[in-house]
Design a protein around this ligand. Structure first.
Ligand code: SF4
Ligand code: SF4
Ligand code: SF4
Ligand code: FES
Length: 867
């Protein structure tokens, strides 16, 4: 125990901290500029100077560590004089343009000058003049106002890891500049903007459009983009979101955000938002009243159910909708329609992977806290770049690396390139061989514990299949060395995390890789994380939007569980398991599925083999779509129902670590909550699904779902609610493991062929991001990324427009350079209209996860025009 005295108050501390931290803990304010909770101490601004007994000079409280018996004074005439001097000095160059500055009202410099004086300056020379830079579309720089605290640089370098900005120039000419020149061309996390204490970095999304004190209200909510579920506040004025305000201590992101969370909210007020229901008439979609549209949906669903049975109707739930909406959706499908054909886009990676891994290792094994990642001493990343898919999770990996953690990346490291101890780059489609090889080598040295014979038997089988095989692919010897190095690093690990991305799941043998990863975690006692592209991948599954599981993962095939839900819902539930996502479209294409009800999803854009999906959709007798935009799928619908979007409705999301968090209504939109639309349809069909609010739905969920049993609204409000919460164990451990692709098969690679892979960009996610002007300014178009050597071989230059053709379709797109991808591969994202990568892919379902395997997409590239 350390005892110190600050301003005559005795303070007892359990561990050694800085004087500033000790004072703050005791509620004593010491002014600061360069200090920030999330940054390394810098000691540059001197504003935090304090008097310490037996020390001759004033000391900086932000860097001085307390010692037992220390006596500190934070305010005195001497200290005030020094602070006044520092402020006067800063004001030599700082313009006095507070009436015009966006920061006024929440500016540290303004507040401190008010407190300490420096009311009139003695400096009579001309102030430094630097024109505000508007070269960047998102961030404006006013270097006249910069007080050179370097918080932005330390944030960008030491926390974000982007190292995109620096102090340039000397003395009075020092300023902050992006390395890339005028534009930032960085990760656009906005975290430098958050920490700037003055108006030197400005957000152009609301520049000069309002003052901080003019907001109508502030609402705390969750980001609508990915499965991390970052918290922030949104400020509202005149029923419009003016800005996103991250806050230290709030949520699992602790005040940090990524580009989508910070700048991606504008989609909610996009002019293309759907305003009224649409009904197909004479081949086109025409506006209709709610009553007309809902009555038509109810009548057609009834007719189709009457003629073909409930099994002729399928439902696609939404990983972007709330838990409450998804719960109502599956209840409607099961009890009103009488169909278990319910699935969602979580099936593309997250759903099947989670279910299979948890079958192998036990339920909850993929539920690990995001903040735990940075405490790992070894992190293995497989199947995609977490810094793009789940950027705040990615920051945790970077943080671990910075503090000595070893990061091993199998595949294309992208945002982890400067943060990886070992990057294993196998030839395309051969990651699973690397993982299995690693598993065999670790098994050979570590042996087996005998704890789970079913897993160990399979590990032995895999080891057997590799006997006598020396290298892997054409870079066998090099890869063997890298695998050996990875093995050594993993063997030394005490706290190992394995981060799994969708790319390894979307393979025809994805389940084989997943088994090997699960087995690795079994051997190494590692924590597993599944990256999650959508905000409610987890929740949509928890709510029972699965063809074989009721809410809380109760198997539909078990009569007891079915009966329990039947008695809660007062209606029978179909017994037979339904079809998974891609199987639903296969059934539509073959004619056995007559109708689809799509809530908040865009299969014609978001699923591989788009032309096949479009054909399947056009084979339907009736298609209903609820959405916020007239998406590619909605354009094909018979009825389109305008839904409310994120920030227009209340509810909850469950993030990838299974934290149930509240999304709150902040503005009033045009349309209905998805759950309310479904309730209205169901009432017209003769079954009362009737709720007054999302809270009432959550009350029912907490009654019927064993996962969410007993949770209280106030507990969700606190934001620290992780399931499994209360109640009985869920699924037991399986006694038999389903087997996918058994034998080690030759990869699909052929010499001289170019393969297409899907790129996951940092700035886009699809429907919402492409309608967010700021994100479009940062990244306006799709780019086909290719290795410079490949481009040279094809006589194509960066910026050229090319036609990319596969056996499914062709698209025309601009070419960009990416030196890190193999020479026989090109990468394209699936985010922009008309140039979506999925249009070029066919797929084969993995037999266990039912995720579409999309490897082996051969493409032909020809130039259409020079740049
Ligand atoms: S926005 Fe983020 S990446 Fe860009 S300069 Fe600021 S801190 Fe660095
Ligand atoms: S731009 Fe802001 S955060 Fe960066 S050094 Fe200047 S005042 Fe500090
Ligand atoms: S990491 Fe995910 S949840 Fe957090 S701000 Fe970015 S997109 Fe939103
Ligand atoms: S806050 Fe302590 S020196 Fe700047």
């Amino acid at each position: 125990m350390i005892t110190i005295t600050i301003n005559d108050r005795e303070i007892r501390l359990e561990k050694q901290v800085t004087v500033l931290e000790a004072a703050r803990k005791a509620g004593i304010k010491i002014p600061t500029f360069c200090y920030h909770e999330q940054l390394e101490p810098y000691g540059g601004c001197r504003l935090c100077l304090v008097e310490v007994e037996r020390m001759p000079k004033l000391q900086t409280a932000c860097t001085l560590l307390v010692t037992d018996g220390m006596v500190v004074r934070t305010e005195s005439e001497t200290i005030s004089n020094v602070r006044r001097g520092i402020l006067e000095f800063l004001l030599i160059n700082h313009p006095l343009d507070c009436p015009y500055c966006d920061k006024a009202g929440e500016c540290d410099l303004q507040d401190l000058v008010k407190q300490y004086g420096a009311h009139s300056g003695r400096y009579t020379e001309r102030k430094r003049k630097v024109p505000t830079s508007f070269e960047d579309p998102i961030l404006a720089r006013n270097m006249e106002r910069c007080i050179l605290c370097t918080r932005c640089v330390r944030m960008c370098d030491g926390v974000q890891g982007a190292s995109a900005i620096a102090v340039v120039g000397r003395g009075g000419h020092s300023r902050i500049e992006p390395f890339s020149g005028g534009r930032y061309n960085c990760e656009y996390c906005g975290n430098c903007l958050t920490v700037c204490p003055v108006g030197a970095i400005l957000n152009r999304l609301y520049l000069h459009s309002y003052r901080p004190w003019q907001i109508d209200r502030e609402v705390e909510t969750i980001c609508p983009y990915c499965g991390v579920g970052c918290s922030f506040k949104i400020q509202i004025r005149d029923n419009a979101i003016k800005r996103v305000v991250p806050q230290i201590g709030l949520g699992i992101n602790d005040g940090l955000l990524c580009s989508k969370g910070y700048f991606g909210y504008e989609f909610i007020s996009a002019p293309e938002r759907l305003r009224a229901p649409l009904i197909r008439k004479n081949g086109g979609l025409e506006p209709a009243t709610w009553d007309e549209a809902l009555s038509l949906v109810a009548r057609r669903l009834k007719e189709i159910k009457g003629e073909y049975g409930g099994n002729a109707i399928g439902g696609i739930a939404s990983t972007r909708c709330t838990n409450e909406e998804n719960y109502i959706f599956q209840k409607f499908m099961r009890v009103v329609i009488g169909s278990n054909h319910i699935d969602s886009a979580a099936r593309l990676g997250f759903a099947g992977a989670q279910r299979y891994i948890e079958d192998i290792l036990g339920q909850g094994v993929t539920a690990n806290t995001i903040r735990g990642v940075k405490n790992s001493d070894v992190i293995l990343v497989i199947g995609g770049d977490p810094t793009a898919i789940n950027p705040i999770l990615g920051l945790q990996i970077r943080a671990s690396f910075r503090t000595g953690g070893k990061v091993i990346v199998i595949g294309y490291a992208k945002g982890l390139k400067r943060f990886s101890s070992l990057e294993i780059r196998p030839p395309v489609y051969m990651e699973s061989d690397i993982i299995e090889r690693l598993l065999c080598d670790l098994f050979a040295t570590k042996g087996l514990s005998g704890e789970k014979p079913i897993i160990e038997e399979r590990i032995q089988g895999i080891a057997e299949s590799y006997k006598g095989i020396k290298g892997i692919g054409d870079r066998g010897a090099i890869l063997a060395e890298e695998i050996e190095r990875a093995k050594e690093l993993l063997e030394k690990g005490q706290a190992i995390s394995i981060i799994i991305g969708k790319d390894i799941v979307q393979r025809t043998d994805g389940s084989r890789s997943l088994f090997a990863i699960a087995a690795l975690s079994y051997l190494l006692d590692a924590r597993l994380y599944l990256t999650s592209e959508r905000p409610n991948d987890q929740g949509v599954m928890d709510m029972g939007c699965l063809p074989d599981m009721l809410p809380g993962y109760r198997p539909i095939s078990i009569g007891d569980f079915r009966r329990r839900f039947e008695s809660q819902w007062n209606a029978p539930i179909p017994e037979k398991e339904g079809l998974t996502l891609m199987e639903i479209f296969e059934a539509a294409s073959s004619g056995s599925m007559k109708t689809l009800y799509v809530m908040g999803e865009n299969p014609a854009f978001n699923l591989p083999d788009s032309s096949f999906i479009e054909r399947a959709l056009s084979s339907l007798d009736f298609l209903v779509v609820q959405d916020i935009f007239l998406t590619e799928t909605a354009k094909m619908a018979d009825v389109v129902l305008p839904a409310l979007g994120w920030s227009e409705k209340d509810g909850t999301f469950t993030n990838l670590e299974r934290r149930i968090q509240r999304v709150r209504k902040a503005v009033t939109g045009t349309g209905m909550e998805d759950w309310r639309i479904i309730s209205e349809v169901s009432k017209k069909m003769g079954y009362r699904i009737d709720y007054s609010s999302s809270e009432e739905i959550m009350e029912e969920i907490s009654r019927v779902s064993p996962l969410y049993r007993g949770i209280q609204s106030e507990e969700i409000d606190k934001g620290d609610l992780l399931w499994p919460y209360k109640g009985e164990p869920l699924r037991g451990e399986v006694r038999e493991l389903p087997v996918g692709v058994e034998s080690r098969k030759e990869r699909l690679r052929k010499d001289g062929v170019i393969y297409l892979i899907v790129d996951t960009p940092l700035f886009h996610s699809g429907t919402m991001s492409r309608r967010s002007p700021a994100l479009r300014k940062i990244c306006p178009d799709a780019v086909l990324k290719a290795n410079p050597m490949l481009l040279k071989r094809l006589d194509i230059s960066q910026g050229d427009i090319v036609k990319v053709t596969s056996d499914r379709s062709s698209i025309v797109v601009k070419v960009g350079i990416e030196p890190d991808i193999p020479e026989d591969v090109v990468a394209l994202s699936n985010n922009f209209e008309g140039v979506e990568a999925y249009r070029l892919f066919g797929y084969i379902l993995d037999s266990i996860t039912k995720a579409p395997g999309i490897e082996g997409c051969e493409v032909f590239i020809e130039r259409v025009s020079h740049k």
